[in-house]
Ligand binder design. Structure first.
Ligand code: NZQ
Ligand code: ZN
Length: 384
């Protein structure tokens, strides 16, 4: 096992009715800026629940945070928070609202060009405290120190991290997810699945506990994902998917093990250039990346096929391939196509993706840093 430091300071309040706990979690006397997206929280009653729980608090609002939140829009929220001297941020929504609010938390006290926090990974020395009410289980953003922000003007979609942007608390009420569309449910399950795979499917690192944590999350998503699609108000299924998504990217399963974030890195370019949803890109890239990297990842791929997909028959090569096919079939069954032709992204655009990765100095990718520009092109060609 590799050395690691594990510290997750986010307090999780899980279950139906937990939005009422906001009164105790938000500091007394805080000037709260409530942030949200395009209006789903107003349509499904979450906004009213939040306002009721915070009766008596000074509450400002900043809405309109887009899926794949943009620097340009978020800076309006930063200006508002500065002008109104907000001192606590409350993000109510999915990963985009939470990520956008994390950026705002770091940008509000920042002196200088705020985009540097994202693009140059300049470490913020301060950030406003924030909490979240999660309405879309997917990203794990509610309990981690990462955020992904897009600069619309240049189509740059970039992740940054800082220990200062961990939410102080996150409220996870599965009932808030009942109004999600099948597309967003599928996206959430696939995103959590791929987060788990990217911290698990590398090479053996004598870390059986982390392996079994990861396998437990994957098996649970395989069981519960289809149940959430079949019945949007299945509380047990919604709860299980929600907890899986948090556990998939809160630092626990990745502690002490090699990681491979190549699928996400390639996927971010597909979103920035072609507007695909985040998880739609992952469903396309991951199965093809696993195939191209099958020699590097052989031992863990066989373990994955055997323990996660119960592929017991055949030699290693056969089981390994069955595991990759099962992954693709699962994504398709959830409703996420695994080929680019479903989104009309042609082969002529692949070079641009590689050029951008090169310009960002992101290449080579992978746990062994051997996913070169040629391999990215091979992955994309398989994904046509
Ligand atoms: O904007 P509103 O009106 O709220 O609608 C949203 C949005 O249109 C809607 N929605 C959310 N909760 C709902 C709901 N609709 C009905 N009922 C509800 N309960 O869903 C749409 C998508 O929301 P979004 O927040 O964009 O989705 P998601 O949670 O998948 O977040 C995706 C973003 O997170 C980043 C992605 O790159 C992308 O920008 N990621 C963040 C990570 C992190 N911070 O650790 C890791 C991930 O890998 C990912 O990169
Ligand atoms: Zn993701």
């Amino acid at each position: 096992m590799q050395n690691f430091t594990f510290h997750n300071p986010t307090r999780i309040l899980f279950g139906a009715g937990q939005i009422g706990s906001l009164r105790r979690e938000v500091p007394q006397g805080a000037r709260v800026l409530l942030t949200y997206g395009g209006g789903s929280i107003k349509a499904n009653g979450v906004y009213d629940q939040v306002r009721k729980a915070l009766e008596g608090f000074e509450l400002l609002e900043f809405g309109g945070i887009e899926p794949n939140p943009t620097f340009e829009h978020l800076m309006k929220g930063v200006e508002l928070a500065r002008a109104e001297q907000a001192d606590f941020l409350l993000a109510v929504g999915g990963g985009s609202v939470i990520d956008g609010t994390k950026f705002m938390a770091a940008a509000i006290p920042w002196h200088g060009n705020e985009w540097d926090i994202v693009s140059r990974h300049m470490a913020p020395r301060a950030a406003l405290p924030m909490g979240t009410v999660l309405t879309l289980p997917a990203t794990g953003s509610e309990s981690n120190c990462f955020a992904v922000v897009t600069r619309a003007a240049t189509q740059d979609k970039i992740a940054f991290s800082s220990p200062l942007i961990f939410p102080r608390f996150s409220i996870l009420d599965p009932e808030t997810t009942y109004t999600l569309s099948p597309r967003q449910i599928a996206n959430g399950v696939v995103d959590a699945f791929v987060h788990t795979v990217e911290q698990y499917l590398t090479y053996p690192a004598d870390a059986p506990l982390q392996d079994r944590f990861a396998e437990a999350i994957l098996r649970t998503l395989i069981e519960e994902g289809p149940r959430t699609l079949a019945d949007p108000t299945d509380y047990a299924a919604r709860s299980n998917v929600m907890w899986c998504a948090t556990m998939a990217l809160n630092g626990l399963i990745g502690a002490g093990v090699p990681q491979d974030w190549a699928t996400h890195t390639i996927g971010h370019e597909l979103t920035a250039l072609h507007g695909l949803d985040h998880a739609q890109t992952l469903a396309i890239v991951l199965p093809n990346l696993l195939w191209v990297q099958r020699t590097d990842k052989r031992e863990k791929l066989v373990q994955y096929a055997t323990r996660v997909w119960d592929c017991q028959d055949g030699n290693e090569a056969v089981r390994l391939e069955k595991g990759i096919i099962a992954t693709r079939t699962f994504f398709e069954a959830m409703g996420n196509p695994t080929h680019l032709n479903a989104y009309a992204v042609g082969e002529d655009r692949f070079g641009e993706i590689v050029d951008r990765l090169q310009a960002r100095k992101s290449l080579p990718l992978g746990e062994r840093k051997d996913i070169t520009s040629e391999k990215v092109l091979e992955i994309l060609a398989l994904a046509r």
